[in-house]
Design a protein around this ligand. Structure first.
Ligand code: SF4
Length: 194
């Protein structure tokens, strides 16, 4: 696997400050893709054990909330094989930090069915991922105020919760509920100290 870029401080691709890995290679060819140079699987640099060491080290900073893998297409079969050792080591080293993956594939139609059946790495990868943002970028559905998504067909899926409940649990819904709860608790707290 090759990779196009590593960002040590990324606040655009998931909550909080994150380390981001942009892998090379994508076969979706979305119209007006933001990262066309990464369609080529040979673009960028080879992803080595030293690259993994560097990412793990970056993720160790106390302010880093997690790791995000995007591209390119992390769920292309050859890239699944490439990212698995990183993902495994990340979760073993930082069990409390989150792993987000951006994929143009559909969670139900592709990732958790066809890929899980056909690609040896998919099931193990899914066991480590906290959130998958799924679906191709569709220019006609482009919406500017979506959090961490480019078009309205894309979904921010909480993977472990979705696998356990056998239904799609969306991060946006959970975060919205938690925000409301925290907001109410804060309000009660304010009333108490007054
Ligand atoms: S899935 Fe992402 S990287 Fe691939 S073509 Fe679409 S927008 Fe570009």
């Amino acid at each position: 696997m090759n990779y196009a870029d590593i960002k040590q401080y990324d606040v655009a691709n998931g909550p909080g400050v994150r380390v981001s890995l942009f892998v090379s290679g994508c076969t979706h060819y979305c119209k007006n893709c933001f990262n066309k140079e990464a369609w080529d699987f040979n673009y960028g640099k080879p992803f080595t054990d030293e690259t993994i060491d560097k990412i793990i080290e970056y993720c160790g900073a106390s302010y880093v909330k997690g790791l995000t893998i995007l591209g390119g297409e992390p769920m292309e079969p050859s890239n699944q094989k490439g990212i698995l050792p990183l993902v495994k080591r990340f979760k073993e080293t930082y069990p409390d930090k989150t792993l987000w993956v951006f994929s143009g594939y559909d969670f139900e139609k592709d990732i958790n069915t066809r890929m899980r059946d056909e690609i040896p790495e998919t099931a193990e990868l899914l066991s480590y991922i906290d959130v998958i943002v799924d679906g191709k970028f569709i220019e006609e559905l482009k919406t500017l105020n979506l959090r961490f998504k480019g078009s309205s067909n894309q979904r921010t899926i909480m993977v472990q919760e979705s696998l356990q409940s056998d239904t799609i649990v969306l991060w946006d819904d959970v975060i919205h509920t938690e925000f409301k709860t925290n907001d109410m608790e804060e309000h009660v707290y304010e009333i108490t100290i007054d």
